[in-house]
Design a protein around this ligand. Structure first.
Ligand code: NAI
Ligand code: MG
Length: 340
């Protein structure tokens, strides 16, 4: 059998880092089913040429043929462009990839040492302010702009379950931090009682924190955090903040996952400031590939990639400029491939 993987580099450095992730998967050899890659269109560059940001063909191939996918990044125009809407937001919706999972882990100097920062942000991926329901009216104070924030019980329950599952399967720390409000908070709290078998999550403890103090604490004491579950917008902010703790956005992977599909995606954007220079850090994409494989049940293959990446970071000789080095994307990738 084979593993069919959709590749959606998108825009900008997506074209430079997704090929690196592909090579890392190929370097695994027979420890995973033979990978078969299919290149798929999506993004602003494609929109500029063809007038559509996410072609229906891409969605159909992902749904009907692929086992999983890797997404690079897309440009979002800063002003509204008629007819354009973000393909990543649409993909999360159409494939129902409701959990955005972002591990943030620092690399300890010695492989035996525990990393300082070792946490995972579990971000709800389908609702909150990101449903983009905005209106303007004229009121006594001039123009009034409003956005609707949608939190549903169903989405809060399933993201809560994802967080509890993760918390159960990680080496233990003392806290699950749950940053929540209203329905989200109640629903996540109720997950242990609402999902069979009752008692499954008994070892997971919950600590609640408001988003502002959580970010403060994240910077002061990152080591206390283990799994952080949050609605979409808070989760976005917390995970970018957490990324700053370990050096560079170019290091942080994520997956968008649902019940039947998983899509790896580096946390960073399309980085127009460095596009075409060959210096984008490929590590976030390579780690996203590992995370994707881990989720599909290929834990050993994923660990091989992660160990190779950590070795290269630790050795410090082949680092891209975002980490203070002078290596090119290709050189870093080559060193990682050797170690896989
Ligand atoms: P960005 O993540 O693209 O870049 C922020 C800074 O980090 C830049 O200085 C960039 O050079 C650097 N950087 C990012 N990834 C890097 C890597 N792999 N290696 C080395 N340096 C790296 O965020 P920015 O500049 O705010 O957004 C640029 C474009 O990307 C915008 O159009 C934005 O809408 C889009 N974007 C897309 C995302 C997605 O597709 N999911 C997520 C975030 C931004
Ligand atoms: Mg973001």
């Amino acid at each position: 059998s084979s593993l069919k993987i959709g590749l959606l580099p998108g825009d900008g450095i997506g074209h430079e880092v997704i090929p690196a992730a592909k090579e890392a998967i190929e370097a695994l050899g027979s420890s995973i089913p033979k990978p078969e890659f299919v290149s798929l269109n999506a993004g602003f560059e494609y929109f500029a040429r063809k007038g559509v940001a996410l072609p229906e063909e891409t969605v159909q191939i992902l749904k009907n043929e692929c086992d999983c996918a890797l997404f690079g990044a897309v440009n979002s125009p800063s002003r509204k462009v008629t007819g354009y809407s973000s393909p990543i937001v649409a993909l999360r919706k159409q494939l129902d990839l409701y959990a955005n999972i972002r591990p943030v882990v620092s690399v300890a100097e010695n492989p035996e040492d525990k990393p300082d920062v070792d946490l995972v942000v579990v971000r709800e991926n389908t609702e909150c302010l990101y449903i983009k329901d905005e209106t303007t009216t004229i009121g006594p104070n001039g123009r009034e702009a409003r956005a609707t924030r949608l939190i549903t019980e169903r989405a809060s329950r399933r993201i809560g379950k994802s967080a509890f599952e993760l918390a159960l399967n990680r080496p233990r720390k003392s806290n699950v931090l749950s940053i929540t409000d209203g329905l989200f908070r109640e629903t996540v709290r109720f997950v242990p009682k609402s999902i069979e078998p009752v008692g499954k999550y008994d070892e997971v403890t919950i600590a609640e924190q408001l988003v502002d103090s959580a970010v403060y604490k994240l910077f002061r004491e990152p080591q206390v955090f283990d799994v952080m579950v949050a609605p979409n917008l808070y989760g976005d902010i917390i995970s970018d903040a957490a990324a700053a703790l370990v050096g560079s956005l170019g290091l942080i992977p994520s997956i968008n996952s649902g019940d039947s599909f998983v899509m790896g995606e580096p946390v960073h954007g399309s980085a127009p400031d460095i596009t075409g220079k060959g210096i984008a850090n490929p590590i976030a994409s390579i780690r996203s590939a590992a995370l994707m494989l881990h989720t599909l049940g290929y834990g050993d293959a994923a660990s091989r990639i992660d160990r190779a990446v950590n070795q290269v970071i630790r050795e410090g000789q082949y680092l891209t400029p975002d980490l203070g080095g002078s290596a090119k994307t290709d050189e870093v990738t080559k060193e990682i491939l050797k170690r896989i």
